[in-house]
Design a protein around this ligand. Structure first.
Ligand SMILES: Cc1cc2nc3c(=O)[nH]c(=O)nc-3n(C[C@H](O)[C@H](O)[C@H](O)COP(=O)(O)OP(=O)(O)OC[C@H]3O[C@@H](n4cnc5c(N)ncnc54)[C@H](O)[C@@H]3O)c2cc1C
Length: 362
């Protein structure tokens, strides 16, 4: 069979991209090595329009949020179950200084519709510690990422469009008309390998920074809430009386092993939000594909036009992937330009340095 695209990797990036390409009528084959704890499978799936301590609106939130909303709603309709849960996010101020930072920021234009209330004192929710108040954020929520991937995978398997195995580079040949992989041919191949792109001989020059993250599933005693809390960590009400607490950031020793230090850090931060005791039900770790400039990595190889990459979603894959997959698919079809902020051309100089270095060694 001659495919239009082979997509390597079926984490969030590969899943959203391959679905987007299929919807446009392309023949797509996905090759994904089944692994238990990928970044996508352990992610809490949070979409938060307000980024970090600086209270900045997330990059392109006005475009990303409606695209994510529409994409996940379409999947819900396709599979007949809820996958994306829209929830208010209570971002708790940790000090008067933070209150002031927000007050200065809140005058900026563009917050319309994102903030439903600013509280300069505790809102007196039972068992929640918020002496300096906080802001109530709209347009956020969380996606059940693992379940979403499972549904998409099952559909691909049923239709013979998924090879659940590791893609081995030594079987890849670049041809005049595209690529050949074992007995499969395709016009283009898109790598969506998450952090494992650092081992990809064609794209290892990209400045990806694998960043470990850990999450806990906990069951607190008598603590119920329908909103997401955010103060140093996020606390997401997932099912019944369960909450997901995340996440840590560690780029020094990225591995997928949950650690005692990670568990302690998350537990300690959770106890700053509520002092309720809790049982840890699950503890997982994954590795995010983060990028130096915090923007994703998409585009076609500077020399081999058959090979592209769609990666680098960092800690915001759920928010960014749907809009960017559309932009990427449009660019592949020659209908538009890729957003310059995500285009790998911003790092082509690293590629030429890499090639120079390789030539020097041989
Ligand atoms: C602890 C933690 C919490 C997070 N929380 C959130 C959150 O709340 N909200 C949010 O938006 N994001 C969150 N993220 C980030 C999010 O997980 C990433 O942005 C996103 O999942 C990256 O998806 P990906 O497809 O690029 O990578 P991955 O999820 O790593 O997927 C890559 C896939 O490629 C496959 N693969 C790699 N190499 C090969 C090969 N050679 N052959 C075959 N298959 C291959 C892998 O098996 C895997 O299935 C979190 C991440 C972590 C670690």
């Amino acid at each position: 069979m001659n495919y239009d695209f082979i997509v390597v990797g079926h984490g969030l990036a590969g899943a959203v991209l391959s679905y987007t390409l299929r919807k446009r009528g392309y023949q797509v084959l996905v090759i994904d090595e089944p692994r238990k704890d990928t970044a996508s499978k352990v992610a809490a799936g949070l979409v938060n329009p307000v980024a970090g301590k600086r209270f900045a609106k997330a990059w392109l939130a006005d475009a990303f949020i409606p695209a994510a909303d529409a994409f996940y709603t379409e999947l819900e309709q396709r599979y007949g179950q809820q996958l994306y849960f829209r929830k208010p996010i209570y971002k708790i101020f940790s000090s008067v200084g933070e209150q002031n930072t927000w007050m200065a920021k809140s005058a900026d234009e563009g917050w319309q519709g994102y903030i439903s209330a600013t509280h300069t004192q505790s809102i007196n929710q039972p068992d929640v510690q918020d002496p300096f108040g906080g802001i109530m954020i709209n347009k956020g929520g969380y996606l059940k990422v693992e379940e979403t991937l499972r549904l998409l995978e099952n559909e691909l398997l049923e239709q013979g469009m998924l090879l659940p195995e590791r893609f081995e580079m030594e079987h890849l040949y670049l041809t005049e008309t595209g690529v050949q992989y074992k007995n499969i041919t395709a016009k283009k191949l898109v790598f969506c390998e998450g952090y494992q792109v650092v081992r990809n001989p064609y794209f290892k020059w990209l400045p990806l920074q694998p960043t470990k993250g850990e999450v806990l599933d906990v069951e607190p005693d008598n603590f119920k809430s329908d909103c997401i809390y955010n103060k140093a960590v996020y606390v997401v009400p997932v099912e019944g009386s369960r909450f997901k607490i995340g996440a840590t950031y560690d780029w020094r020793q990225p591995n997928e092993e949950p650690s005692e230090a990670g568990k302690d850090e998350l537990s300690e931060r959770f106890s700053q939000i509520t002092q309720k005791s809790f049982k840890v039900i699950n503890h997982r770790a994954g590795i995010r594909p983060a990028v130096r400039d915090r923007h994703p990595l998409a585009g076609t190889h500077p020399e081999y036009s058959q090979l592209s990459v769609f990666n680098g979603m960092g800690s915001k894959g759920v928010l960014m992937a749907p809009y960017l997959a559309d932009n990427f698919a449009d660019a592949l079809a020659g209908k538009t330009e890729l957003l310059p902020e995500i285009h790998i051309s911003r790092y082509f100089s690293l590629y030429y340095d890499y090639i120079k270095h390789q030539n020097h060694q041989t």
